[in-house]
Design a protein around this ligand. Structure first.
Ligand code: HEC
Length: 136
């Protein structure tokens, strides 16, 4: 193989790792902003708002360990659905607010709307990647 081709393959292989490291960083910032009031800065479910809450927020570091379907496996899809809420799975009931609509910017323009949808997905995914990263 030519050296140039090897470099290209090497680059292609490193890109996903970089992208997910960025996801985790972005997810951590989003978590601080939107989730820590209930779930706590360390995600263990002891945020300041819990004093006045009837239902205790989940310890988000145990999502993998306490996954009823597959113990030890991070329930990526369920987490994405819980955060997004637009899938209809848990849009109503439960005291966990959902973020799909909040992250989704209002726009009339069709192209902009597609951009907003992608950005919303990106944020939800970054949050889920961050949570996956802090499992114990
Ligand atoms: C107003 C308080 C509140 C805020 C803010 C909040 N949550 Fe929650 N969350 C809860 C409560 C209460 C539960 C447990 C009850 C439930 O599952 O609905 C929960 C449960 C969860 C679960 C576990 C669901 C499961 O199936 O085990 C995940 C994941 C989660 N929250 C993620 C987040 C993320 C990410 C954010 C920020 C984008 C966030 N939460 C913001 C209150 C909150």
């Amino acid at each position: 193989m030519k050296p140039l081709m090897i470099t290209a393959i090497g680059l292609a292989l490193t890109v996903p790792a970089v992208a997910s490291a960025q996801d985790v960083t972005i997810g951590a910032a989003l978590f601080n902003q939107y989730c820590s009031t209930c779930h706590g800065a360390d995600a263990r479910g002891e945020g300041p708002l819990t004093e006045i809450m009837l239902e205790k927020p989940s310890d988000l570091r145990k999502l993998a360990a306490e996954n009823p379907a597959e113990p030890g496996v991070f329930p990526m899809l369920r987490v994405i659905h819980v955060i997004d809420g637009r899938t209809g799975l848990r849009a109503h009931g439960g005291s966990m607010p959902t973020y799909g609509q909040l992250f989704m910017a209002e726009t009339e323009d069709e192209m902009e709307e597609m951009g907003a949808i992608l950005e919303t997905r990106g944020r939800v995914l970054s949050l889920a990647r961050y949570l996956e990263d802090i499992q114990e």
